[in-house]
Each structure stands twice: as structure tokens, then as C-alpha cells.
Design a binder for this molecule. Structure first.
Ligand SMILES: [Zn+2]
Length: 490
């Protein structure tokens, strides 16, 4: 990045926009935190995010690719087309009050944010509004597309967005994600994953008086489990599979005529994940044969590994260095240390640095539904510091910082970086051209294809029952005030 990229007046403006709206950033962050909505049930969250973008004159398409809680907000016109996207879903039984040092549910047993996707959604909107403000003020040409992506925790929405053409014509993409420090990498970052539910069908009977008349679907689930356990020994070390039994029958004296098991199959490439999936279907066939049942398989989602483009990662790195880590107070650092102590992890407080750019990155076994986007267009996953280092996601302790000044400052820093990177793409067309060139090179020999069957529909019902059960109690904790972003000097 040359000096003008670091000192560009367009970026001074997007920074000023975020600073001017810092209280709104915090309010949006906390609003999403207390909504605490599960994937594909993010009605309050997506509604608020889309409304804020619409209030700033974005054209909003709601309910994209069959997802009622997905949206695409567009501002500007012509080339280049820059897309930003992220998730805002919570996790089951992760309800956790902010700012405490004890596991304290806001609503016992309810869903909640213990990964920080509330901060992701906040950064997406604030970054978009700040970049748009700079585009308008300085007459920057191009199109900004903002995608709200439901259900990252079930790895669902973005493969559907890509399959349905929402990223056709996009030049580059950026996806912000909470972390404990700034960081971006290139190369393969995460793994491919196929999520599928296997349902076995038999025949019910009285288990005590006539078990010989029954065909037990639960037997098939168990036999499949045994077969997969044996297969694990012969997988490549980079392959994995995990499962939960979602239907094991109703009561012991009724032989289950239906039973279901939900599997995740992981691999370092789309082909590798498919290989595990194909093998699992054979195991299911065998299990059905042994138990005299039948089975069907319903793919919930199928994602490619997340990859980072080198040019886009370098662009992010330059913005990290321009903005710098948040200036944490002694009180914030003390909370972090106390929590690290409590969670039994390394006690070193909040991070004050920026990770060196990681390239080629070390591929992790985790997956993210942004994967498919990263094979369609040059993309960077932008990590920003808004959580406490060393604490693992989905643990109650990972929820503690998410509606405190730690998350608020992190969201401000993350939004400035995202806005700065977007602005750079619009003010410097060379970056976009270079990203496309390096991307073409990086992909040599790979033909992206969607692993989703063309007729596959999103599994919208997945979390509905659980969310509806807890929402009435959770609603009592919603914030009353609505964020309102304004132009600096207005
Ligand atoms: Zn996440």
C-alpha cells in the first residue's frame, strides 16, 4: 500500500463516520446480542440490519435464495462490484449474560451468542454505512453489495446464495469475523463439509409382546454408527465425521419405525468431503440391509473450504496496520485476565497486536459456509479483535465480552478496517484487477462446482421449534432503543 492508501481522505471520512456513530455501533451490537437468534430464525436481527441499510438508501432485497432471514442490500452502480457478507446467528443453550465471571444464563437453556456473530453483523452494517458515506461524499464509482447470511452455525446459507447466482458479477468479496486480534490469511484456511440427515424407515410393533413383528429403525442408526466407527480408522488424517442422533424413537415399548442421525463429513477439499459422504451412504445401505429397513438422505448443506486470496489478504493487512489494535483500558484487561483464569486458559489479557499475515495459512478442520464464495471470487476473511484471547467459542466464557466495551471497541475497529478495505477497492481499481489476477493463478487446475443438488431447498425448519420455545422469555430482554446512524457533522 502506498502512502496515499494509508492517508486517503476517503478513509479519514469512513473512520470519522464510525467514530461519530460509535454509540450506535454499540447499540446495534447489544441489540443483536440480546436477540440471540438461531440460524434461519434471525427475524429480529436481519430485520434490524436490513432496515438500517434501507434507511441509508440501500436497495434491499429480503428473503434471498429461499431464506426469509437472508438479504442483499445494494448501493451504487457499475463496476467494480464489491460484496461483503457475514453471519449473525447464535447457538443452542449458549445463553450467557455479558460482563460476569460466572456461567449465568440470561434465559436458562435458551440460545445465545457465545461466538460473537452479533459483532459480525454489527461490523457488516457499520462498515457498509461508513463506506457508502465515503463513496457518496467523494463520488467513488462502483457497486457495494451487502449480504446477510443466515445460519453459519449449520453451515447453510452461502452455498445456496452462490448456487442461485447471487455472486455472479461480483468482483471481490470480504467477510468480517470476530477474533481476539486482527488477522487475515491466504491459501486454504478451513475445511470442506457436507451436512446430511440419514433417516431410516422400519415398522413399529409392541416391543414386549410382538417384537418379531417390528423392523427397528434405531437398529439401523446404531449399525451405521458402528460402520462409521470402523471406517474412521481408514480415513485420511484430514478427514473427519461427527454425528448426533436426532430421532431415536419415542419410548421403549414401541419399536421405532423411524430414526434419524445427522452427520457432518469433513475433508480438506470438496472432493475429500464427497469421498467420506459417498462411503457413509454405503455404510447406511449396509445398515439398512442388516436391519431390514430402508433409508433416505437429506443434504442440509455442502460447503467448500474457505480460502483466502493473497491480494485481498494484503489489502486487509494494510488496513489493520492503518487502524491498529484497540486501546484497551486497565479495567477491560482485568476482566479478560479474570475470565482467562476462571476458564483455565493462558492468562495474558487482551491482545494489543496485529497478527502477521498468514500465507500460505495452516488449514483448520473447522468449516464456514463462506467457503463457496471464496472459490467463486477473490475473498478475504477479516478477523478483528472483539473477544478475549484463548477462550474457545461456544463455551459460556466466550459470551462474556460480547455486549461489553471490549466488543464495542472491537466492532468500531473492525468496522473501520472493513470500510477502509471497501473504499480502497473503489478508489484504486488496480487492487481489484490484481486480486482477480492472483485469484486466477491460485485456482489453476480447480473447477468450482456447487456440491448442493440443484433442486435442494434450504432446511428452514431446523431450528424453528427450539427458537419458538424460548423466544417469549428472551423477548423480555430485548433492548428498547433502536440504533440510528447519522452523517458526521449532520
Ligand atoms: Zn463464526
Amino acid at each position: 500500500m502506498n502512502d496515499s492508501a494509508a492517508t486517503a481522505p476517503e478513509k479519514a471520512h469512513s473512520d470519522a463516520y464510525i467514530e461519530h456513530n460509535a454509540a450506535q455501533v454499540a447499540l446495534l451490537n447489544d441489540s443483536i446480542f440480546y436477540f440471540g437468534e438461531l440460524g434461519m430464525q434471525e427475524f429480529e436481527t436481519a430485520g434490524l440490519m436490513a432496515q438500517l441499510l434501507e434507511d441509508a438508501d440501500f436497495t434491499v432485497e429480503r428473503g434471498i435464495a429461499g431464506f426469509p432471514t437472508g438479504f442483499c442490500a445494494t448501493w451504487g452502480s457499475g463496476s467494480p462490484v464489491v460484496a461483503i457478507h457475514t453471519e449473525y446467528d447464535s447457538n443452542p443453550d449458549n445463553s450467557q449474560e455479558a460482563g460476569t465471571l460466572e456461567p449465568t444464563a440470561i434465559v436458562e437453556g435458551a440460545p445465545g451468542h457465545c461466538e460473537g456473530h452479533n459483532v459480525n453483523g454489527t461490523v457488516l452494517v457499520a462498515g457498509a454505512l461508513a463506506a457508502k458515506s465515503a463513496m457518496e461524499r467523494f463520488g467513488l464509482k462502483g457497486t457495494l453489495k451487502v449480504f446477510g447470511a443466515p445460519a453459519e452455525e449449520q453451515l447453510v446459507s452461502r452455498p445456496y446464495f452462490v448456487r442461485d447466482g447471487y455472486f455472479d458479477g461480483v468482483d471481490v468479496a470480504l467477510t468480517p469475523h470476530i477474533g481476539a486480534e486482527f488477522g487475515a490469511g491466504y491459501g486454504l484456511i478451513q475445511s470442506a463439509l457436507i451436512s446430511a440427515i440419514f433417516t431410516f424407515h422400519g415398522e413399529s410393533a409392541h416391543a414386549g409382546t410382538a417384537p418379531w413383528k417390528g423392523r427397528d429403525a434405531l437398529d439401523a442408526v446404531i449399525l451405521m454408527d458402528v460402520g462409521m466407527a470402523e471406517y474412521r480408522e481408514h480415513m485420511m488424517p484430514s478427514m473427519q465425521c461427527q454425528r448426533v442422533i436426532t430421532n431415536g424413537g419415542n419410548q421403549p415399548n414401541v419399536i421405532p419405525k423411524t430414526a434419524a442421525v445427522w452427520w457432518y463429513f469433513r475433508g480438506s477439499s470438496a472432493e475429500a468431503a464427497l469421498q467420506v459422504f459417498e462411503r457413509a451412504k454405503k455404510v447406511a445401505e449396509g445398515a439398512a440391509l442388516m436391519s431390514n429397513t430402508t433409508y433416505d438422505v437429506d443434504i442440509q448443506s455442502a460447503v467448500w473450504p474457505v480460502r483466502g486470496n493473497q491480494t485481498m489478504a494484503e489489502l486487509a493487512q494494510a488496513e489493520y496496520e492503518r487502524i491498529g489494535a484497540p486501546d484497551w483500558t486497565a479495567k477491560e484487561d482485568a476482566l479478560a485476565r479474570a475470565l482467562q483464569e476462571k476458564a483455565g486458559v493462558k492468562v495474558d489479557g487482551l491482545s494489543r497486536g496485529t497478527m502477521k499475515i498468514k500465507g500460505p495459512a495452516t488449514q483448520k478442520s473447522a468449516a464456514n459456509d463462506a467457503g463457496d464464495v471464496s472459490w467463486k471470487v477473490p475473498m478475504v476473511k477479516l478477523y478483528f479483535p472483539a473477544n478475549i484471547p484463548n477462550i474457545s467459542f461456544h463455551h459460556w466464557a466466550a459470551g462474556v465480552a460480547l455486549a461489553t466495551s471490549i466488543a464495542h471497541k472491537g466492532a468500531v475497529a473492525g468496522s473501520k478496517v472493513l470500510a477502509g478495505a471497501i473504499v480502497e477497492c473503489f478508489r484504486n481499481p488496480d487492487v481489484v484487477a490484481q486480486a482477480k489476477a492472483t485469484f486466477a493463478k491460485e485456482l489453476e487446475g480447480t473447477n468450482y462446482f456447487s456440491m448442493l443438488p440443484p433442486e435442494q431447498k434450504p432446511p428452514l425448519e431446523l431450528n424453528r421449534t427450539m427458537m419458538e420455545r424460548f423466544r417469549p422469555e428472551m423477548r423480555k430482554h430485548y433492548l428498547n432503543e433502536k440504533p440510528r446512524f447519522t452523517e458526521p457533522g449532520a
